[in-house]
Design a protein around this ligand. Structure first.
Ligand SMILES: O=P(O)(O)O[C@@H]1C[C@H](O)[C@@H](CO)O1
Ligand SMILES: O=c1cc[nH]c(=O)[nH]1
Length: 321
């Protein structure tokens, strides 16, 4: 078990747009194998493959991230249908990665351990590839808190299950605490872009990140539950009063790791339900599929705007994700 709590207030040094790697050991390595991505510095020319990437989008499901890359391909007006985009990480089934134009789309699986492994390797990839001025966005799903199902939440602050803006990682037996600040200007820019996709509500709020979908998010419907429905509601209402508008399972680790490495980061998640009204996700699959597309449509509008591709093209997303 962990012994001490060490609070790190590591300053964000000026990176000149480059990705900051805070690991002196990396410089001494002759080769870096990005094992879970099936990529490496000896086996792949990472600057040639990825050097011009400007937008990285991550999300839990491999199919969602493939659908997003295909959608972006069309939105950017690139040649071909985009249906044949290849999985760059096809040699491993841990994560899936697609690129189209300056956009990289990668899956991260469920929960902090899974996204954290992916981010270590992705951030090193961006560093080895000498990428500059990269914006990274998590496009996900979540449980809403006091908001209508289908609403999209842009996170201003990622908080833990005690509503604190921190991410705790056990390192050599000590608990290391890292800040979970996200880029305020980016969140406001995304909110402004949401005016271009007016058919669903978009708001800014705190996002609570938990280590579990069931007990960890105060659900009564898991295999284990040791609390009453009153206690659950009391907890969720306290979260709401603290500014939490949605709950998911990756945002604190994502915010902490990207922030320390100098990446401008945002979290944009759709709410699949209002947790003040229930625990089970009852919406039909078709409805859930359309909900999942909402953050993708918002981010497409944002990327198009950043690239000067205005006004939005607006073709429908494929029905798969
Ligand atoms: O990336 P997604 O939207 O899949 O992430 C949320 C948080 C958990 O990973 C998962 C739980 O259903 O959904
Ligand atoms: O309630 C929910 C829905 C999606 N993802 C979560 O983590 N929680």
């Amino acid at each position: 078990t962990a012994r001490t709590t060490v609070t790190t207030e590591e300053p964000k040094s000026e990176s000149g747009g480059l990705v900051l790697i805070k690991n002196p050991h990396l410089d001494t390595m002759e080769e870096d194998i990005l094992y879970h991505l099936d990529l490496g510095t000896r086996t792949h020319n990472l600057p040639a493959m990825f050097g011009d990437i400007k937008f990285v989008c991550v999300g839990g499901s491999p199919n969602r991230m493939k659908a997003f890359a295909q959608f972006m391909h069309k939105e950017l007006g690139l040649e071909g249908s985009g249906e044949d985009l290849a999985d760059i990480c096809a040699g491993t089934d841990r994560y899936a990665m697609y690129r189209t134009g300056p956009v990289l789309s990668i899956s991260h699986g469920m929960g902090i351990p899974s996204i954290s492994i992916m981010l270590h390797e992705l951030i090193k990839l961006l560093h080895h590839a000498k990428c500059r001025d990269v914006t990274i966005i998590r496009i996900g799903t979540s449980g809403g808190l006091g908001i209508e199902a289908g609403s999209v939440v842009i996170t201003d602050t990622a908080v833990d299950a005690s509503f604190q803006p921190r991410f705790e990682q056990v390192v050599l037996g000590d608990v290391v605490v890292r800040s979970t600040d996200l880029d305020r200007d980016l969140a406001e820019e995304l909110l402004a872009c949401s005016k271009e996709v007016p058919d669903f509500p978009t708001l800014i709020g705190h996002t609570m990140c938990t280590y579990d979908f069931y007990e960890g998010q105060g659900r009564l419907d898991g295999a284990l539950c040791s609390f009453s429905s009153e206690k659950k509601l009391e907890y969720l209402k306290r979260a709401h009063e603290a500014g939490v508008r949605n709950i998911e399972m990756e945002s604190t680790a994502f915010a902490a790791m990207c922030g320390l490495c100098g990446l401008k980061a945002a979290v944009v998640c759709v709410a699949l339900l209002d947790r003040l009204e229930g625990d089970q996700i009852r919406a039909p699959r078709e409805v859930l599929r359309e909900y999942q597309q909402r953050p993708q449509r918002l981010i497409a509008a944002f990327i198009r705007r950043r690239l000067g591709l205005h006004p939005p093209a607006g073709p429908a997303l494929p029905s798969s994700n």
